[in-house]
Design a binder for this molecule. Structure first.
Ligand code: PMP
Length: 310
């Protein structure tokens, strides 16, 4: 990600190079932070933050579950993101990382003080073809609610994704698929997973050791409402994925990433499937403000700057 000019830290815009933390903070020593990754899309007449409110609510949930003391509210999260976008004069597509990190020193049980940080970076639009993946079922299992709840979007949780991804890359794959402790399909590294079997879009339930993904719930809604595709949230056995006609990873950053093969077994024709393609077209139309039905999911950036209401 290219560097932006300024980083938001606790209400101040700090030049990129100067936004540093002390090596003795709990955030550095134990990875004690919670965060969100959300996107800006260039669209009809403005640039739009996609489902920002849902990301702020999840950040607040993560903060509470991680027992991080800080007085910021959802309005402050919104203010941090918008002021950082404006300070950096973001015009095209962009990715935003909004983090609450424990900046106090002490041991792992330290709960504060904490800082709110927003980093913005420009991002180039990609095509579905650029995001295809060959995946492997990981020998690492997905972490579990009884150990380190995956519904908390905490930096420290990403050690699990890291193990899976490094193993997959070492073995010549692009992405890892994790199983739960019970051997059911959970999610990908840094993404959720959906498959199409017998014409039904199927995805693991929110109690399958997944992050409660904004993209996953968006795509389920669009599949049902815009494409009339039946959807199921249910347990998925490992063996089912090999007979899926298509599957994809999804997430705010990964958008829809078609899975062409799992463990070198091609899914369907081994090409991008029709549901993945139609869903991507429907999703992109929403992201870029071309489908007014879902305009409520978009926060116009420039309109927010001038105070205009669009
Ligand atoms: N699972 C994990 C572990 C993730 O890191 C992400 C990316 N945030 C997702 C799922 C997808 O979540 P979302 O659609 O909210 O970005």
């Amino acid at each position: 990600m290219a560097n932006s000019k300024y980083i938001y830290v606790d209400g101040n815009m700090i030049p990129y190079e100067d936004a540093v933390v002390h090596v003795n903070t709990v955030a550095v020593k134990y990875g004690s932070n919670v965060f969100e990754g959300l996107c800006v899309y260039e669209g009809q007449g403005d640039n739009f933050l996609f489902r920002a409110h849902e990301h702020y609510v999840r950040l607040e949930d993560s903060r509470r579950l991680m027992q991080v003391d800080c007085d910021y509210t959802i309005d402050d999260y919104s203010e941090a993101v918008l002021s950082c976008l404006h300070a950096n004069d973001v015009t095209g597509d962009a990715h935003i990382r909004l983090t609450i990190m424990i900046t106090g020193d002490g041991y792992s049980e330290t709960t504060g003080p904490a800082s709110l940080v927003c980093i913005v970076g420009p991002r180039k639009p990609t095509r579905l073809e650029d995001r295809t993946k060959h995946a492997a079922v990981s020998s690492w299992l997905r972490q579990d609610d009884r150990i380190a709840p995956p519904r908390i979007k905490a930096g420290a949780n990403y050690h699990n994704s890291r193990f899976g991804l490094l193993e997959a890359r070492r073995n010549g794959y692009d992405q890892a698929i994790f199983l739960t402790l019970d051997g059911k399909i959970s999610e990908g590294a840094n993404s959720c997973l959906c498959m199409v079997r017998n014409g039904v879009l199927v995805t693991p339930t929110i109690t399958s050791s997944i992050l409660e993904s904004v993209t996953r719930s968006t795509l389920l809604q669009l599949a049902a409402e815009e494409l009339g595709i039946p959807c199921q949230e249910r347990d998925i056995d490992r063996s089912e994925i090999y007979s899926a006609s298509e599957a994809f990873f999804c997430g705010s950053g990964l958008e829809i990433s078609p899975i062409l093969s799992v463990d070198r077994t091609p899914l369907g024709t081994g090409e991008i499937g029709p549901v993945s393609r139609q869903l991507w077209e429907a999703y992109e139309a929403v992201l870029r403000g071309r489908n007014q039905k879902y305009a409520g999911w978009l926060t116009p950036i420039q309109a927010a700057r001038t105070g205009a209401r669009g």
